[in-house]
Design a protein around this ligand. Sequence first.
Ligand code: HEM
Ligand SMILES: *[C@@H]1O[C@H](CO)[C@@H](O)[C@H](O)[C@H]1NC(C)=O
Length: 337
Amino acid sequence: MAPRFLQCFLLVLVVFLDDFSVSLHASQDPPLKLDYYESTCPSVLEIVRKEMECAVLSDPRNAALILRLHFHDCFVQGCDGSVLLDDTYTLKGEKKASINDHALKGFNIIDRIKNKLESECPGTVSCADILTVAARDATILVGGPYWDVPLGRKDSKTAGYELATSNLPGANEGLLSMISKFLYQGLSVTDLVALSGAHTIGMARCVNFRDRIYGDYETTSGMSPVSDSNLNNLRTICPATGGEDNKESAMDSVTPNLFDNSFYHLLLKGQGLLNSDQELYSSIWGIETKKLVQKYAENPVAFFEQFSESMVKMGNITNDQSFVDGEVRKNCRFVNT
Ligand code: HEM
Ligand SMILES: *[C@@H]1O[C@H](CO)[C@@H](O)[C@H](O)[C@H]1NC(C)=O
């Protein structure tokens, strides 16, 4: 949580400069290129796509797992594959950080893609790039938009256990704190609202929505018969007390496996599953974000266009250190020896 004075400062920025965002990384960015692997691994996109097709066909949830992994990679030291590293004697990975623990899956899908690529073009394609392309393909495969993915990231030799806790927003994060975490990454309020639309797919665990369904869900949803029955369902899945922390519910209960804009319709109805999601529409600070939620609810094309642009921007968060001494890992779980 950012100190209050910082939050107020940021609010002023947000209100007056709208899409202003702090470019922490942009100025030193070594440019990524669309055709980075054109001569060294021309089949890279085809290989990733084929593996992702199998994964998402066998279970659409896999699309959500990969999309979230990419987000959690990029917000910690930039998109450098750091989230993929396993714990070893000499390296403390990010997987056990409280925000990630029991909450990240899909690593085996990345392993499978990496194996294919190592046999096709050994030592060439970084795990960070694999994850970025896989997240794009995941989105398309559940009905979302296409975008071109700039490539050429390097994999880190370190992980950011503490950074995972400080940089990543949690389920009960307030709006101003979310905004400040996005600004810190060079992402704007618009990026925040558009990227949150990723919650149109995937599941959340009871431990992450309990405060919401025993908190202000009733108030924001206005107690219509439909929202009442939705709330009762959620409370059955997730009792106020007891050991059901890992029971899951879809964040978009209407079309849980489809990448569409119905997430924003849920927010308009006050039925967002996470406190953090409903904040975008219902927070007293959310003048700008509320307008954006309305816009994306009304206009699916505007949502798809902004989501694509914001995903490229998030994928552009680079780890300057990894360009200096980064590598192409042979195994995404371990630094090369
Ligand atoms: C804006 C701040 C955000 C917050 C506070 C947030 C929080 C969360 C939480 C609490 C969950 C449920 C995790 C669990 O219960 O295990 C979740 C799931 C998910 N998040 Fe976010 N998230 C945010 C932004 C994003 C972004 C930017 C993306 C990707 C572009 C994303 C993609 C996902 C996906 C796909 C899932 C479902 C994963 C699954 O099915 O296992 N989220 N998020
Ligand atoms: C992302 O980076 C690429 C190459 O470095 C650049 O051409 C592009 O404009 C950037 N896109 C965004 C949305 O920041």
